[in-house]
Design a protein around this ligand. Structure first.
Ligand code: TXA
Ligand code: MG
Length: 366
């Protein structure tokens, strides 16, 4: 896709390094150009960005789009070759199915062979929004999307940009989170640029993701339906809507093929701790052997006032605001090349179940 281009920075690097003759430049691997990043903060820019995204998606290209949960890496869900490119770009195992995004109930129903009562109720209550429903798939959904399985994950996202793109395309979009496999999901365009910027042509900047962690995934092919991946729509609300939901009993049960134990992880080691006071926290950090300036604390109730201020972040103590801020904090720690990220333990209540799940996976050792 990318041509071998003359890169001025490489020439400089080589001339400072001294020895390489210019003719050898042709042997260097090509450097892919950085993706175009289009803003959407005025109606005109929004329209222009929709047009460009649709143009590329219609040609079978992969583009990064904002959603209210996290940014997605989207392609035409009905085009097998385009979906295969998503797997290549992410380095994603072919065994992990991809969620199909729709922009209406009719479009969702066209992707599924059955529409049980639980799907009816949950879709009515939570769509558009951060909920994915697993349903029996139709033959039109390529095997690559479902990893060869008999079901498809469907979501109608609420972000206006991806809705506008799906409506204009007229086809559903397969979109996993726009990051390399198993690493941290992006919650803004800059996060995508840093990890995939040279692997794709277009990133749409739709602002900070408002939910901040990935959707709740519910399997409605079984009765009672089952939460496969907790998220910000909590089990109680789901049960209230569809009386037949079985919440995850063990959040580490491998129900969703993509739910590997270690997932959603920053580069740094992440630990979840509880502390009594600053001194107690310092002692615990020392026990992990991180370099003097190489650790970072993310607190929400016990704010360590005596620690270097640059090494402490405070994020809000309500689950919605916490989820919105968490990944951005973890991305910042990675940029600062932190060795150890200490996150203050969060409450063991239903409202925090999605966040607890992500923190446990991010802190898992393998
Ligand atoms: O909020 C989200 O869900 C974001 C945005 C972009 O929509 N997407 C996302 O996609 O998090 P991804 O691929 O990173 O995670 C999708 C999860 C994986 O754990 C995958 O295994 C599961 O959903 N999944 C997808 N299709 C499935 C299916 N047919 N059956 C069971 N699990 C499925
Ligand atoms: Mg993901």
């Amino acid at each position: 896709m990318q041509s071998a281009k003359f890169d001025r920075r490489r020439v400089w690097k080589l001339s400072w390094a001294g020895a390489k003759p210019v003719s050898k430049l042709r042997l260097l691997p090509p450097v892919s150009p950085m993706a175009e990043i289009l803003p959407t903060h005025t109606p005109e820019l929004f329209e222009k960005a929709v047009k460009r995204a649709v143009e590329l998606l219609r040609c079978g290209e992969v583009v990064a789009l904002p959603t209210e949960t996290v940014y997605g890496l989207a392609a035409n869900a009905l085009n097998e070759a385009a979906v295969r490119r998503i797997f290549e770009i992410k380095g994603r195992p072919a065994t992990n199915p991809i969620i199909v995004h729709v922009a209406s109930l009719e479009m969702a129903r066209r992707c599924a062979t059955e529409w049980p009562l639980a799907a009816e109720r949950l879709a009515a209550a939570f769509w558009p929004g951060p909920l994915t429903l697993v349903l029996p798939r139709t033959a039109g959904i390529p095997d690559t999307v479902t990893a060869g399985g008999p079901t498809v994950g469907l979501r109608w996202p609420s972000h206006p940009f991806i809705q506008a793109v799906i409506r204009a395309c007229g086809f559903p979009l397969a979109a996993p989170s726009a990051n390399r496999s198993t690493s941290l999901s992006p919650t803004n365009a800059e996060h995508v640029r840093k990890s995939l910027g040279r692997r794709i042509k277009l990133i749409i900047d739709g602002g900070q993701s408002q939910v901040g962690i990935e959707s709740t995934v519910v399997d409605v092919t079984i009765d009672p339906a089952q939460v496969l991946r907790p998220g910000m729509i909590i089990p109680e609300t789901i049960v209230a809507v569809s009386e037949s939901i079985k919440p995850l009993t063990d959040p580490f049960e491998l129900r969703s093929p993509g739910l590997m134990l270690k997932h959603y992880a920053p580069k740094a080691r992440l630990v979840v701790l509880r502390w009594i006071d600053d001194q107690n926290l310092r002692q615990q950090i020392a026990g992990f052997g991180a370099g003097r300036r190489r650790w970072h604390v993310i607190a929400h109730t016990r704010i360590p006032l005596g620690l270097p201020p640059g090494q402490v972040s405070v994020i809000p103590h309500d689950p919605e605001a916490f989820a919105r801020a968490l990944y951005a904090e973890l991305h910042r720690c990675d940029e600062a090349e932190t060795n150890l990220i200490v996150v203050e333990e969060v409450p063991d209540t239903r409202e925090w179940s999605g966040i607890r799940d992500r923190l446990r996976r991010a802190s898992a050792s393998s």
